[in-house]
Design a protein around this ligand. Sequence first.
Ligand SMILES: NC(=O)c1ccc[n+]([C@@H]2O[C@H](COP(=O)([O-])OP(=O)(O)OC[C@H]3O[C@@H](n4cnc5c(N)ncnc54)[C@H](O)[C@@H]3O)[C@@H](O)[C@H]2O)c1
Length: 269
Amino acid sequence: MSSLSDQVIVFTGAGAGIGRSVVSRYINEGARVVAVDISSAVESLRDEFGDKVIPLVADVSTWEGNLAAANAATEAWGKIDVFVGNAGITDAARPLEDIPGDRLGAAFGELFGVNVLAPMLGVRACLDELIKSQGNVILTGSYASSNAGGGGALYTASKHAVLGLVKQLAYELAPDVRVNGVAPGVAPTRLKGTGSLGQAAADSVLDGTREALPLQEVSGVDAYNEVFTLLASRVGTAAMTGTMVSVDSGLSIRGIGKPGGRVRRDGDN
Ligand SMILES: NC(=O)c1ccc[n+]([C@@H]2O[C@H](COP(=O)([O-])OP(=O)(O)OC[C@H]3O[C@@H](n4cnc5c(N)ncnc54)[C@H](O)[C@@H]3O)[C@@H](O)[C@H]2O)c1
């Protein structure tokens, strides 16, 4: 039996990047998935996975978008076992001093709408079903959930809020629903920017990123599949709740002189 046999999963931010990769793994592990994204790119999952996936184009920063996702799962498959809040946008690490004061409110609303409000709305929309199924929630945090310098003030504050949400919801929903998170370091994707700051999508991997990582390797988008699968499974992580699992190539233990103790630099003998 596969680890997610018969599990029904509502997954946001499923159209690209980390989300698309994890959704593919979930289905290969036996799950059926409502795959939500604001981009119609999510619809191509149907060609790959047929009736094991319901692609849904919706804005998860709205209540209606989340309700539609929860309803799609219960109408098709009669239950929800797991909600994954993964959709996110970035501020492209823009410092606070470079954001005009009169645009800050709109930028905050937009970025927190996707990164913080959306997972709250998603959990709320799926909650009755999650309690019924004694299911679990997984939220995508970030290296920026616990550290500075992984984004600008808006993104970092929003991902710290995701960590707070994981802990608070784990408390509120125990013992019925487990709540955990995954905190990626750097993944090779093109996160959308904040429209109200005029930001387009941009590469997450920059010149010098690889060299800055203690493990000296930018992992592929599939580097998170195993952890997301373990957290979604009813067996492997039954005793885990309120935890943010770091998958950050060592970023949070990076050194001052060199990123990792055994990293070789030019001139080392
Ligand atoms: N790429 C990285 O280096 C990195 C690092 C740490 C954390 N993360 C987090 O990982 C998660 C996935 O990001 P990714 O890197 O795979 O980027 P991505 O842009 O490839 O995937 C994010 C998806 O969310 C969707 N989305 C954005 N706003 C939405 C909305 N309002 N409604 C519905 N869908 C929406 C996008 O269309 C996109 O398909 C995000 O939460 C991000 O903050 C990424």
